[in-house]
Design a binder for this molecule. Structure first.
Ligand code: ARG
Length: 475
């Protein structure tokens, strides 16, 4: 994987004294307005595509020699020049220029400066339109692999936490009202499943990212005898694009990537929301570590779940990027249109935001302290096993609708008496239904409620244990 380029670089703005010649300057008699230069340049952000731009150019130069379009020695000089440029950029000594618009022209111009006119042969049978499509696809392959790994680390952390707290019970909620008791491990592994689907979506997206567009030229292909499959092999692509016009105008793969990331953020946001609620004094189910919380500048007692809140908040940025890209593409006629340069910032921001969010949420989870007693106490809520009482009656051959009615009246009676279902006397129960016996108390205990939920995918401890064993074997 290429080193990720994220640091800021200095980009020189246009100066009258040092105006760089435009590679496309031939048919122009007037200089570009400085305002236009600033408006149209993508170099302030697309410079980070440089490892891919250079790798793509090297493969292209090799292909040009292999097919006899340029000589072997010309190709070697170009490749050596590109190696030098890679070092210059990585070490920070490369001077980016805004007059050269984008990363492609900055590198090409420097190549010609370094090795002379032979450098001008690199762009044979190529256009920036297919070049930029290649760069983004290569960039996304790396980002997908990295995010896939980060999802795996978060899953591993969830499994470890579920494993450590196997016997902990808490209320499961619907409508944020206590519903039925569940195992904490079962609750945590629900997130494992979401992340599993996230990985799956990225793998699926990868198949469509991993298609090689170079050789489409500006839009119609080329008259020169290029070998696209050779370039694809050099760069590890699974296939070559079929249609040159589609190759330069397709950004579906980018939208799919951001869409997959939007779902990842939605999952992280939901998890964050739970952590915010659970760490409140009202719930007191967990404490977040000091390293992953922040204080208040005015209220000394506060320990705020800012990391979780920011993750929830940053989800909006990624959704915004998805809408940006969809809107960007919706009105474009074939083939390349300059609007498409606007794809980069939402893409970069999405990949950066998701990667950072996944890393930080994983670390935050590792430092969570679970308050088993508070969870258990909340799970002992007087009516939480009402469904179990109905199921008890069902086992005694009472139709479920009738059982539901009886339990409803039991809840009403217990409320009048100021007690929970487990504390009501058998005499009271008998008034409601003659089918109720002494064994009812065991049936409606929290422990048995959880233990009996052995249906496939249910919260019973035997199920959790089995699932954890499977997951540990899988990793
Ligand atoms: N900087 C451009 C982009 O990001 C590269 C392609 C430019 N092509 C063109 N015909 N002006 O999309």
């Amino acid at each position: 994987m290429a080193t990720k380029a994220k640091k800021k670089v200095n980009v020189k703005t246009a100066t009258k004294a040092a105006t760089k010649a435009k590679p496309w300057g031939g048919r122009f008699t007037e200089a570009t307005s400085e305002l236009v230069e600033e408006y149209t340049a993508s170099i302030p952000y697309d410079w980070r595509l440089y490892p891919y731009d250079v790798a793509g150019s090297m493969a292209h130069a090799m292909m040009l020699a292999k097919t006899g379009i340029i000589t072997k020695s010309e190709s070697s000089r170009i490749i050596r020049g590109l190696e030098g440029i890679l070092k210059e950029i990585a070490s920070g000594s490369f001077s980016f220029s805004i007059e050269l618009e984008d990363i492609h022209m900055n590198i090409e111009s420097r190549l010609i400066e370094k090795i002379g006119p032979v450098g001008g042969k690199l762009h044979t049978a190529r256009s920036r339109n297919d070049q930029v499509a290649l760069d983004i696809r290569m960039y996304l392959r790396d980002e997908i692999a990295a995010i896939h790994d980060l999802l795996g680390s978060l899953q591993k952390t969830l499994v470890a936490l579920a494993n450590k707290h196997q016997e902990v019970v808490l209320p499961g909620y619907t409508h944020l009202q206590r519903a039925q008791p569940v195992l904490l491990g079962h609750h945590l592994l629900a997130y494992y499943e979401m992340l599993e689907r996230d990985q799956d979506r990225l793998e699926d997206c990868f198949r469509r990212v991993n298609v090689m567009p170079l050789g489409a030229g500006a839009l119609a292909g080329t008259v020169l005898p290029i070998d696209r499959k050779f370039v694809a092999r050099q760069l590890g692509f699974g296939s070559v694009s079929e249609n040159s016009m589609d190759a330069v105008s397709d950004r579906d793969f980018a939208i799919e990537f951001v869409s997959a990331c939007a779902l990842i953020m939605m999952h992280l946001s939901r998890l964050s929301e739970e952590l915010v609620i659970w760490s409140s004094s009202e719930f007191g189910f967990i404490t977040l570590s000091d390293a992953f919380t922040t204080g208040s500048s005015i209220m000394p007692q506060k320990k705020n779940p800012d990391v979780a809140e920011l993750t929830r908040g940053k989800t909006g940025r990624v959704y915004g990027s998805l809408v940006s890209l969809l809107t960007l593409m919706k009105g474009l006629p074939l083939a390349y249109n300059r609007d498409m340069q606007e794809d980069k910032e939402p893409l970069f921001d999405t990949a950066d935001t998701v990667s950072l969010a996944l890393s930080v949420v994983t670390e935050m989870l590792k430092g969570v302290t679970v308050h088993k007693k508070a969870m258990q106490k909340a799970a002992e809520d007087g009516f939480i096993t009402a469904t179990d009482l109905a199921d008890y009656l069902v086992r005694k051959n009472v139709p479920f609708r009738r059982a539901h009615e009886v339990v409803g009246r039991a809840v009403l009676r217990a409320t009048e008496l100021g007690c929970g279902l487990g504390d009501m006397t058998l005499a009271e129960y008998r008034k409601l239904s003659p089918q109720i016996d002494n064994d009812v108390y065991d049936a409606i205990s929290v422990k048995s409620s959880v233990n009996r939920r052995t249906s496939y995918g249910g919260t019973a401890p035997v199920n959790l244990k089995k699932r954890l064993q499977t997951l540990k074997k899988m990793r």
